[in-house]
Design a protein around this ligand. Structure first.
Ligand code: SAM
Length: 245
């Protein structure tokens, strides 16, 4: 089993991965971000949609939304969230390495560091190629990750998060000449400790731009925030978008 198909990570650490405030934040971003404002009725693919925190507000705004996620229990949460919000969205269990619907979308989103998961660099590029194939001409891909420059500012500290029944620890390590990041999570509840990890490629803005180019995108832009701020020393995330000619 690969780390990214381990439901013990996504469901077992779900409270840490998706604290309540992130759902509210996604609602606000969809309402206010110029980067997430698309023509009325756009067909939007949320690739690696998780529990649907973007699916729901996007569908509520009138877009035709498809969410794809590999892990069934996480996808079930997205289905429940859509039902609770009384919005309609297509939710598909699928692997980003394989999911392609030629010309089927006007927008492809990949949010909250859901990219770079495959050990072979070529497979990560294939994910961008798939997104390019799935876009109609003129469509755009928007991808949001913790950029390498941001990671570099925060590396080296162990973060502790108090939990209702214990405490969670998170520690980052850089691997393979700063090409990969490993994040270790430990959840301590009384005498029981559970661990999981994420290991993925990390990209600088220049590296991601190059990957977008290699996948065939044009009009590539990098941002440091969903308000359209530049990717500079104040950036809290790296957002790269590109267009299919
Ligand atoms: C960091 S979470 C982000 C979820 C969501 N985009 C958000 O903003 O909350 C990454 C998601 O990717 C999913 N995932 C992991 N590997 C995948 C793959 N190969 N194909 C599709 N989804 C995958 C996980 O199940 C998880 O829901």
């Amino acid at each position: 089993m690969t780390w990214y198909s381990d439901d013990g990570l996504w469901s077992g650490f779900s409270e840490l991965m998706w604290p309540q405030y992130l759902t509210a934040e996604a609602d606000e971003l969809v309402r206010e971000s110029p980067l997430l404002a698309f023509p009325a009725g756009s067909r939007v693919l949320d690739l690696c949609c998780g529990p649907g925190r973007f699916v729901v507000p996007l569908a509520r705004k009138g877009y035709q939304v498809t969410g794809v996620d590999l892990n069934a229990p996480v996808l079930d949460r997205a289905k429940q969230a859509a039902a609770d919000a009384d919005v309609s969205a297509e939710l598909v269990q699928g692997d980003m390495l394989e999911f392609v619907r030629p010309g089927g979308f006007d927008v492809v989103l990949n949010m909250y560091t859901s990219f770079g998961y495959f050990d072979e660099a070529e497979k990560n590029l294939q994910v961008l190629r798939n997104a390019h194939t799935s876009l109609a001409p003129g469509g755009k891909l928007l991808l949001e990750v913790f950029g390498k420059e941001i990671v570099a500012k925060n590396i080296g500290r162990t973060h502790a998060f108090p939990q209702p029944d214990g405490i969670a620890y998170m520690r980052h390590s850089v691997l393979d000449d700063w090409t990969k990041l490993r994040t270790d999570w430990t959840l301590v509840d009384g005498e029981v400790a559970r661990s999981a990890h994420i290991q993925s490629f990390i990209y600088s803005a220049a590296e991601l731009r190059r990957l977008f180019e290699d996948a065939g995108f044009t009009d590539i832009e990098a941002y440091g925030g969903f308000d359209g701020a530049p990717y500079d020393k104040r950036a809290k995330r790296l957002i790269v978008q590109g267009r299919k000619a």
